[in-house]
Design a protein around this ligand. Structure first.
Ligand SMILES: [Fe+2]
Length: 184
Protein backbone atom coordinates (compact mmCIF):
# COMPACT_ATOMS: atom_id res chain seq x y z
CA UNK A 1 0.00 0.00 0.00
CA UNK A 2 1.27 3.48 -0.85
CA UNK A 3 2.42 5.30 2.25
CA UNK A 4 2.99 2.11 4.25
CA UNK A 5 6.37 0.40 4.15
CA UNK A 6 6.80 -3.35 4.08
CA UNK A 7 8.60 -3.16 7.44
CA UNK A 8 5.80 -1.23 9.10
CA UNK A 9 3.12 -3.58 7.80
CA UNK A 10 5.06 -6.73 8.70
CA UNK A 11 5.60 -5.45 12.25
CA UNK A 12 1.95 -4.52 12.49
CA UNK A 13 0.80 -7.97 11.35
CA UNK A 14 3.14 -9.55 13.90
CA UNK A 15 1.62 -7.43 16.67
CA UNK A 16 -1.83 -8.47 15.47
CA UNK A 17 -0.85 -12.14 15.69
CA UNK A 18 0.10 -11.51 19.32
CA UNK A 19 -3.43 -10.31 20.06
CA UNK A 20 -4.92 -13.42 18.46
CA UNK A 21 -2.61 -15.68 20.47
CA UNK A 22 -3.31 -13.84 23.71
CA UNK A 23 -7.07 -13.73 23.19
CA UNK A 24 -7.00 -17.52 22.87
CA UNK A 25 -4.68 -17.90 25.86
CA UNK A 26 -6.84 -15.74 28.11
CA UNK A 27 -10.05 -17.50 27.01
CA UNK A 28 -8.48 -20.92 27.66
CA UNK A 29 -7.03 -19.88 31.02
CA UNK A 30 -10.38 -18.46 32.17
CA UNK A 31 -12.21 -21.64 31.15
CA UNK A 32 -9.68 -23.77 33.03
CA UNK A 33 -9.87 -21.60 36.15
CA UNK A 34 -13.66 -21.73 36.07
CA UNK A 35 -13.50 -25.53 35.92
CA UNK A 36 -11.16 -25.51 38.90
CA UNK A 37 -13.54 -23.30 40.88
CA UNK A 38 -11.18 -20.33 40.99
CA UNK A 39 -13.87 -17.70 40.30
CA UNK A 40 -13.24 -15.79 43.50
CA UNK A 41 -9.49 -15.37 43.04
CA UNK A 42 -7.70 -12.14 42.12
CA UNK A 43 -6.03 -14.02 39.23
CA UNK A 44 -9.41 -14.87 37.71
CA UNK A 45 -10.64 -11.29 38.18
CA UNK A 46 -7.56 -9.79 36.54
CA UNK A 47 -7.69 -12.14 33.56
CA UNK A 48 -11.41 -11.44 33.22
CA UNK A 49 -10.61 -7.71 33.00
CA UNK A 50 -7.85 -8.45 30.47
CA UNK A 51 -10.06 -10.35 28.05
CA UNK A 52 -11.76 -7.29 26.48
CA UNK A 53 -8.41 -5.60 25.93
CA UNK A 54 -6.93 -8.57 24.06
CA UNK A 55 -10.16 -9.25 22.16
CA UNK A 56 -10.55 -5.69 20.96
CA UNK A 57 -6.84 -5.54 20.10
CA UNK A 58 -7.50 -8.51 17.83
CA UNK A 59 -10.83 -7.47 16.33
CA UNK A 60 -10.04 -3.77 15.81
CA UNK A 61 -6.92 -4.72 13.84
CA UNK A 62 -9.00 -7.01 11.62
CA UNK A 63 -11.47 -4.20 10.98
CA UNK A 64 -8.64 -1.69 10.41
CA UNK A 65 -6.74 -3.83 7.91
CA UNK A 66 -10.10 -4.77 6.36
CA UNK A 67 -11.04 -1.15 5.64
CA UNK A 68 -7.76 -0.40 3.85
CA UNK A 69 -6.76 -1.35 0.32
CA UNK A 70 -3.96 -0.63 -2.11
CA UNK A 71 -4.91 2.65 -3.75
CA UNK A 72 -8.09 2.83 -1.68
CA UNK A 73 -11.55 3.30 -3.11
CA UNK A 74 -13.38 6.62 -3.32
CA UNK A 75 -16.24 7.61 -1.02
CA UNK A 76 -18.60 7.29 -3.98
CA UNK A 77 -18.06 3.54 -3.59
CA UNK A 78 -20.09 3.99 -0.39
CA UNK A 79 -23.14 5.96 -1.57
CA UNK A 80 -25.50 5.01 1.26
CA UNK A 81 -22.93 5.45 4.00
CA UNK A 82 -21.71 8.74 2.50
CA UNK A 83 -25.29 10.02 2.46
CA UNK A 84 -25.81 9.01 6.11
CA UNK A 85 -22.49 10.66 7.05
CA UNK A 86 -23.47 13.90 5.30
CA UNK A 87 -26.84 13.87 7.02
CA UNK A 88 -25.27 13.32 10.46
CA UNK A 89 -22.24 15.61 10.19
CA UNK A 90 -23.47 18.22 7.71
CA UNK A 91 -21.11 17.09 4.93
CA UNK A 92 -18.53 14.44 4.17
CA UNK A 93 -15.82 17.09 4.59
CA UNK A 94 -17.10 18.05 8.04
CA UNK A 95 -17.07 14.37 9.02
CA UNK A 96 -13.53 13.94 7.68
CA UNK A 97 -12.30 16.97 9.61
CA UNK A 98 -13.75 15.56 12.82
CA UNK A 99 -12.38 12.04 12.16
CA UNK A 100 -8.88 13.39 11.41
CA UNK A 101 -8.96 15.70 14.43
CA UNK A 102 -10.07 12.84 16.66
CA UNK A 103 -7.10 10.84 15.35
CA UNK A 104 -4.74 13.68 16.17
CA UNK A 105 -5.74 13.65 19.84
CA UNK A 106 -2.93 13.01 22.28
CA UNK A 107 -2.79 9.44 23.51
CA UNK A 108 -2.80 5.97 22.04
CA UNK A 109 -5.90 4.27 20.75
CA UNK A 110 -8.27 4.17 17.84
CA UNK A 111 -10.77 6.33 16.05
CA UNK A 112 -13.90 4.49 14.98
CA UNK A 113 -16.84 5.69 12.94
CA UNK A 114 -19.65 3.89 14.72
CA UNK A 115 -23.21 3.26 13.58
CA UNK A 116 -25.66 2.94 16.44
CA UNK A 117 -28.29 0.46 15.29
CA UNK A 118 -30.79 1.53 17.99
CA UNK A 119 -30.69 5.28 17.37
CA UNK A 120 -29.65 4.92 13.69
CA UNK A 121 -26.96 7.57 14.07
CA UNK A 122 -23.26 7.79 13.30
CA UNK A 123 -20.54 8.86 15.76
CA UNK A 124 -16.79 9.34 15.53
CA UNK A 125 -15.50 7.77 18.73
CA UNK A 126 -12.11 7.88 20.43
CA UNK A 127 -11.21 4.46 21.83
CA UNK A 128 -8.60 4.62 24.53
CA UNK A 129 -6.06 1.79 24.18
CA UNK A 130 -8.31 -0.98 22.80
CA UNK A 131 -11.14 -1.22 25.23
CA UNK A 132 -12.33 2.08 26.64
CA UNK A 133 -14.97 4.19 24.96
CA UNK A 134 -16.87 1.72 22.77
CA UNK A 135 -20.55 2.66 22.52
CA UNK A 136 -22.56 -0.45 23.46
CA UNK A 137 -24.61 -1.90 20.63
CA UNK A 138 -22.98 0.22 17.93
CA UNK A 139 -21.19 -1.30 14.92
CA UNK A 140 -17.80 -0.14 13.57
CA UNK A 141 -17.98 1.24 10.04
CA UNK A 142 -14.45 2.58 9.69
CA UNK A 143 -11.51 1.97 12.01
CA UNK A 144 -8.19 3.84 12.23
CA UNK A 145 -5.30 2.73 14.42
CA UNK A 146 -3.49 5.59 16.14
CA UNK A 147 -1.17 3.58 18.35
CA UNK A 148 2.38 4.73 17.67
CA UNK A 149 3.33 1.39 16.07
CA UNK A 150 0.84 2.19 13.30
CA UNK A 151 2.96 5.08 11.99
CA UNK A 152 6.25 5.78 13.80
CA UNK A 153 8.35 3.49 11.58
CA UNK A 154 7.40 5.54 8.50
CA UNK A 155 6.35 8.92 9.86
CA UNK A 156 8.12 9.46 13.19
CA UNK A 157 5.90 11.69 15.27
CA UNK A 158 4.10 13.17 12.25
CA UNK A 159 0.78 11.57 12.99
CA UNK A 160 -1.13 13.92 10.66
CA UNK A 161 0.92 12.63 7.70
CA UNK A 162 0.05 9.06 8.64
CA UNK A 163 -3.63 10.00 8.87
CA UNK A 164 -3.43 11.45 5.35
CA UNK A 165 -1.83 8.21 4.12
CA UNK A 166 -4.60 6.25 5.83
CA UNK A 167 -7.25 8.38 4.09
CA UNK A 168 -5.67 7.63 0.71
CA UNK A 169 -5.99 3.90 1.45
CA UNK A 170 -9.54 3.80 2.82
CA UNK A 171 -11.57 1.03 1.25
CA UNK A 172 -14.99 2.70 1.21
CA UNK A 173 -16.48 -0.33 -0.48
CA UNK A 174 -15.85 -2.34 2.68
CA UNK A 175 -17.31 0.44 4.86
CA UNK A 176 -20.43 0.46 2.67
CA UNK A 177 -20.80 -3.31 3.12
CA UNK A 178 -20.57 -2.87 6.91
CA UNK A 179 -23.18 -0.14 6.78
CA UNK A 180 -25.49 -2.21 4.58
CA UNK A 181 -25.26 -5.14 7.03
CA UNK A 182 -25.79 -2.99 10.14
CA UNK A 183 -28.57 -0.74 8.84
CA UNK A 184 -30.78 -3.47 7.37
FE1 LIG B 1 -2.06 -1.57 15.72
Amino acid sequence: MDGFSETLLKNHFTLYQGYVANTNKVADALALMAKEGKHGTPEYAELKRRFGWEWNGMRLHELYFGNMAKGGTKADAAPKLAKAIASEFGSLDAWEKDFRSSGAMRGIGWVVLYYDTAGKRLFNCWINEHDAGHPAGAVPMLVMDVFEHAYMTDYGIKRADYISAFFRCINWKEAEARYAAASR
